[in-house]
Design a protein around this ligand. Structure first.
Ligand code: DQA
Length: 143
């Protein structure tokens, strides 16, 4: 079965973007990691990234319509996008919110997630491994 891995703004710049916070691995590395974990779990993983809120909302509609599970790193949208929250609310399949860093340990504005309450659960602070843990959680939810 298919699982979507959606990434919000600035995540295409992994590897060059604040490597002290987000690590040295690139977005291509993230894609490879997700697809590899998917193969192990028997999931067909489709990884996407956008800087555009409207595009991310439309992808979430696609996931809702197909009842497709989602691993979502909403990036900065996490902290203020009620449009994303409302899109996530329409789903029936599991959706795991992920973060590479631990937002709770960072600036005050990162302590609020407007999407956490409508996600199945949240995994944060484990670097790119956050995505691996989320995919494993989805595989178990779906089993
Ligand atoms: C992030 C944390 C957010 O606060 C930030 O805006 C990001 C990345 C993370 O993965 O740690 O862009 O979602």
């Amino acid at each position: 079965r298919t699982v979507f891995v959606f990434n919000g703004p600035n995540l295409s710049r992994l590897g060059t973007r604040e490597p002290d916070v987000y690590g040295a691995q690139t977005f291509a590395d993230l894609e490879a990691l997700c697809r590899g974990v998917g193969r192990e779990l028997g999931l067909s993983v489709e990884v996407r990234q956008t800087d555009d809120e409207a595009e991310l909302v439309s992808w979430l509609h696609e996931a809702a319509d197909g009842a497709i599970p989602v691993v979502l790193n909403p990036a900065a949208f996490t902290h203020y996008s009620y449009a994303l929250r409302d899109a996530i609310s329409q789903r029936t399949a599991p959706l795991v919110e992920v973060h590479i860093s631990n937002p709770a340990a960072r600036e005050e504005f990162r302590h609020t997630s407007v999407v956490a309450a409508v996600a199945t659960g949240t995994i944060a602070g484990f670097g790119l491994r956050s995505y691996e843990l989320a995919l494993r959680a989805i595989a178990e939810e779906a089993a």
